[in-house]
Design a protein around this ligand. Structure first.
Ligand SMILES: NC(=O)c1ccc[n+]([C@@H]2O[C@H](COP(=O)([O-])OP(=O)(O)OC[C@H]3O[C@@H](n4cnc5c(N)ncnc54)[C@H](OP(=O)(O)O)[C@@H]3O)[C@@H](O)[C@H]2O)c1
Length: 293
């Protein structure tokens, strides 16, 4: 809001993007079922964290609405790394299971990255398996990391041109900044950008963000992006968030809307697109596995 109480930037909500992607997924599920394939997205929950259990329930409900079946395994909080790997090995071997989602976070004594590496990369609906990161780096087909893919879809849906423009990403994390940089630099009409990545190793990062035609916040530091870091009229995408309990604290300060030309809303921006991409990865995994892609 400006001092006069008005937001000047155009809002870029994620919900309509997610709706469009999920409608496509639902159509693909119908086609798969008509061909005798029941898409299956397996879910794994470890421990008794209420928030994680809630997230899994939401995804299972959405999976059912879209026409997936969702075999589910709930391991106790005391499960060992070997127990988790055994569940993943079973899902890897099961030809009727096309995608597997291990709800993050898992209890602290377990290593999520090691578990992820055990998963069949073709069943990795998060798109975070090292093989899938390698495929992304090489431009090979495979599941894409959900949040970066969601951001590309969000920009395309809202008609924000990316090709040939300068994109600056604050953050080089494995979930968001690094894969997004690879994705938006690819030679495709909705990418093809000049991408710059800044981080703590670039203390004068505002020098770069201020010239960004598209600025993506991917740091996970609440309020790190202030109006003085934004190019007037530029596009601002808020990817980074931190949760304090149930409170969501975004990287992008609300006042950036006074300077930006277009901006994702504080709530309901990138998040909904991330979940939609998970289902897109799942249905594509089913298509590939059944040769119907
Ligand atoms: N909206 C969604 O649906 C969604 C989904 C997934 C993730 N996320 C969010 O995306 C964010 C990034 O996640 P991630 O796992 O990719 O990243 P990460 O591993 O947490 O890394 C954060 C990055 O930000 C940089 N950074 C942190 N503080 C900084 C500062 N003061 N100045 C400059 N750079 C700074 C770090 O620099 P160094 O590398 O130099 O340490 C690092 O590259 C998180 O907030 C996460 O919650 C959102």
């Amino acid at each position: 809001m400006s001092s006069s109480g008005t937001t000047t930037a155009r809002l870029l909500p994620g919900a309509p993007v997610a709706e469009q992607v999920l409608a496509e997924v639902a159509g693909s599920v119908v086609a798969l079922r008509a061909a005798g394939v029941t898409p299956a997205l397996a879910t794994v929950l470890v421990g008794d964290d209420d928030a994680s259990a809630g997230y899994i329930r939401i995804k299972q409900r959405q999976a059912a609405e879209l026409g997936f079946v969702s075999p589910h395994v709930h391991l106790s909080a005391s499960a060992s790394q070997a127990d988790l790997h055994a569940v993943l090995a079973d899902f890897n071997a099961d030809k009727a299971v096309h995608g597997v989602l291990v709800q993050y976070p898992i209890p602290g004594h377990l290593d999520y990255d090691r578990a992820l590496a055990e998963l069949d990369p073709d069943k990795d609906v998060d798109g975070m398996h090292p093989v899938n990161m390698g495929r992304l780096a090489l431009g090979l087909p495979g599941p894409l990391p959900c949040t970066p893919a969601g951001i590309e879809a969000l920009l395309a849906f809202h008609g924000v041109p990316v090709a040939g423009r300068e994109v600056v990403i604050l953050g080089r994390g494995a979930t968001l900044g690094r894969p997004l940089a690879m994705l938006l630099a690819q030679k495709r009409p909705t990418a093809n950008a000049a991408v710059t990545v800044v981080h703590t190793g670039v203390p004068d990062w505002p020098r770069y963000t201020r010239r960004a035609e598209i600025l993506v916040a991917a740091a996970g530091v609440p309020g790190i992006i202030q109006p003085e870091h934004v190019r007037p009229g530029g596009v601002v995408v808020g990817g980074g968030v931190r949760y304090e309990g149930r409170r969501l604290l975004p990287d992008v300060d609300e006042s950036c809307a006074e300077v930006a030309g277009a901006i994702t809303p504080r709530v309901g921006g990138v998040g909904p697109t991330t979940v939609a991409m998970l289902f897109r990865n799942a249905v594509r995994a089913a298509q590939r596995a059944s040769g119907l892609g």
